[in-house]
Design a binder for this molecule. Sequence first.
Ligand code: NAD
Length: 264
Amino acid sequence: SRSLKGYVAIVTGAGSADEGIGNGRASAILLAEAGCSVVCVDLSATYAEKTASMIEADRTGSQSAIALSANVTDELQCKSIVQSTVEKYGRLDILVNNVGIMGAKGTAETVDMAEWDVGMRVNVSSMVMMAKYAIPEMKKNDNAKGWRGAIVNMGSITGLMGGAPSLLYPTSKGAVMNLTRSMANHHAPDGIRVNCVCPGMLYTPMTYGFGMTEEMRKTRREQSLLKTEGTGWDCGAAVRFLACDEARWITGTTLTVDAGLTSS
Ligand code: NAD
């Protein structure tokens, strides 16, 4: 069923600036609505606490949420996120590797290599480090539903198309897709499913934060097949689907959520 009652999830980058609905916040709220207990991880304690309190304020079932302030580019902190989760809830079923930044600007000619390394660490290595500690916990779960653990990595359609002004962002998001496929291969024998969501340009704090203008929003809408703008909720719904029992036969895949932009 679509219920995630009794399951426990970690969502990284689960905060959002202001009252905004980013992909991580929306994923955390929708997982909780399905009955899951959620550990909301963010660099910003304030953002993470806001998400956890939004979930707690809306509690209808057994789910609950806690906020954790941590930096997922630090391996020790990744380890302690997983430890804290298991201490609090006793298990781990779902990992949403949502953290991602625009990162280093520029082309191969102009990029600052120190910024490049930071961007790759945030967008790619953090997902590996979180999985490194999450997988051993997932392996302890029983396989009655046909899977023991589900990992959802946040990609982007720029990883499919390459068309972005910077080199770092599309390169790192392309890597997220193949990271997903490789991990799906390695961990299928353990009953762990690994999938990727590739959103198009959504209206979230990340995009309006870097100055997405009304003109850019209009252009994006017009370029898509459905002529509409997406939000964090559209992305969160895809994450929740890939994490649920109904997706028990899905691994290694990329689910594009872009109103048809990449098909146009
Ligand atoms: P957002 O900026 O609103 O939220 C991301 C959160 O991650 C922030 O609260 C930030 O504090 C947190 N964070 C950043 N670095 C961190 C770190 N090292 N450790 C812990 N937390 C950290 O962003 P969003 O728009 O919701 O994007 C989330 C994901 O979706 C990213 O991977 C992004 O690349 C991807 N994405 C977004 C769009 C879009 O249009 N917004 C499109 C495609 C893909």
